[in-house]
Design a protein. Sequence first.
Lengths: 519, 240
Amino acid sequence: MATPTFTLLGTGGLTDGVLDNADSGTNWTDIASTDPDISVEGAGAVSGIFRADGEQGYAQLSSAPADGTDKIVRGWIFTNNIAYMGDVSTSTGDPYKLLMWDGSNEELKPIFGADTYPGGWYNIIWDVNDFTTLNSSLIRRWGVEAGHAINAKNAINTWMDCFRYLDGYEMTGGSTSDPVTFADIAGVDDVAAYGVVSEVNTVFFGTGTVVFGATSTGSCVFDCDGEILVFTEQEIPAGLYSIGAVNAGTEVVMKNSVLRSGGLADNTRFTVNWGASGVDVEFFDNLVVRASTVTLYSAQVATGNTFDDCGQVLANGANVSGGTIKNYEGASDTAALIWDTGVSPSGKLDDMSFTKGAAATHAIEFTTAASTSLSLNDIAFVGYSTATGSTFATFYFTSTSTGDEYTVNLQGVTGPTSYRSLGAQVTVQQTVTYTIRVSPATSGVEIVVVSTDEATVYFRSTTPSPGVVSYPYNYTGDVSRKVQIVSVPYDNQTIAVTLGSLDAALPVALQDDSVYYNP
Amino acid sequence: MAKIVDPDQLNDATEIVVSTAAKTIQLLVAGNLNDDSPGKSSGATVQAVYSKVKELWKSNTSYNKLSFPFDPGAADVGAKLRVINGWDWADAQTRDLLRDSGWREEKNNDEYISVISLGAVDASTVDQAYYVQVFGFDQTTATFDKKGELNEGLSVYDGSTAGDYRDFLKVLLREPAKLYAEYDLLNEQDLLALTYQAYRLPLSNAADINITLADGVIDASTDFAAPVGITYLKGNTFGT
């Protein structure tokens, strides 16, 4: 069990990002009694009575300790007033509200009501920039206003603890023999009540930025197998939620795990950024749901992952073979995966599956950095247009130069293979192998593949022993052909076949020709 | 020259011509191949033709891009060769040169039997056998293509009801001063219908030793008080 060391992000220069740790009631109004027994961190929490609707409890400083602009404010509240609360969803009565004050103006944001409060300590998380009537650089009061449909019992019923500015954290620590795990992170987080990663019944919940390794110095060895991390729905800005890695020496192994956003709005999508080249990441067989951008780097292994309803996958030459990308709902005329490197995609994008979502998007975008000779193997494309130039054609070439000529060689690819180009010349050709295997395996059998009207010969070969001939062809759509099996000692045969997008084999049973006779 | 049974005797563009444009196989009276009487010793067997085309298909890239013209059936024993895939024999001469097997031409739905006579014909280049394909003594007769011992194709079906002669065939050999021979094929061999195969039937003749005078002698003779005549009753429903 490793103990990671956190470097907090987005603290505004405050120690631990703390605005007030609520260990004493010095700065608190109405909720000012110190309770050493009920707290989420430190020596205790402040407590008091929220009885009537609109009563407030807050910490107030004489001046703003830090500029709150672009900060995430976090705080903790625990109340047993659920029976008296209004609802959030129906606006019946008032819900409980986060309050902030800049010395002149106060602004409130609903945080929970009787219909949503889960009980226990509740982690308030809010984007300060949402408080648009306040001067975010001058904020110096943080607290909660009660929202009651009826008065609550006149006894201590509410506790609050540590308010801070915090986006998330980077971490160092761990070793190959004792790597950091999500459980380790949640354990350290829990002590300080950061609330960025928490654990409930072996499921981990994220509310901020999580980075393995430190930007300045220090690396992290992290390991995760079969875990679940859910980024929860909060009033946070897009881009806050992130999981990534930095600093050469950092090693991340994440496999058979689930990363997903619990929210439905785009602001709760999370980025996946596996650092710069040099970070050792093995990211395979994971399910990633509702991420935003997923950034990988060359030499990284990110195979077998499913990206469902995610933003663009920036492959950067990483090996994402065996992966599934589906339901990408980006802007029209953008692609689910960006190939922005001269590295050949052969062996990097093999055995993938792309399924278009509702938006008119492409499967793969080849930027001007891509090689002009591209090979794609065993990929399934579903839902894309068959029309060249469509905003949801399978491939998207961004080069505007008409002098650029790209050739895409496909092998084992199914589904539409259309393309849209902003100027470059593009040739998409599917190389498929059709194998004719005669039995008994014998040499000297003439194999001729012809058009159905027998006017055009596409392929001709004489079987070597052991009677197998391979016919490679470029797939541009299913075609009907005839295969002429010509032999003197065996019956001649004409076999009608359909040449499709996948490698296929034609077994041919040769029959002895008892009629042929040459003395 | 004898009947060709060796495909090596059929040379491409000499005795045999394959037209990929017309999709026909043609046999020519040329080189090793002749269509002389009697049929038993001329022409080429269907098996030899088939075997030659088989070899040509293997070696000629202009040919083997096309579907093979034949389904051989059991042509080695004279039966059931089919000309298929839009191919056909080029002409009547080609058909006249085929020996030892019947065939079916799928293109036009035609069927031919091969009539092979057993036994010797007295004058192989003179004696002319003939046949009738409809039962009845008043039906039209036709002569075979060649004289002497028979071995040639005979159309029995042309794809139409009017041209369907698969239910009767009588072969006759009647020459002056010679013994007559005839053979009712379906009755004699207890066949329900003819199909495209070879049929072997006895048909031979020899001098009739009971005839000692030539016809002209008899015609000029005054030994008979009155002219001798025979009244023939034409028909097929005689009663008593």
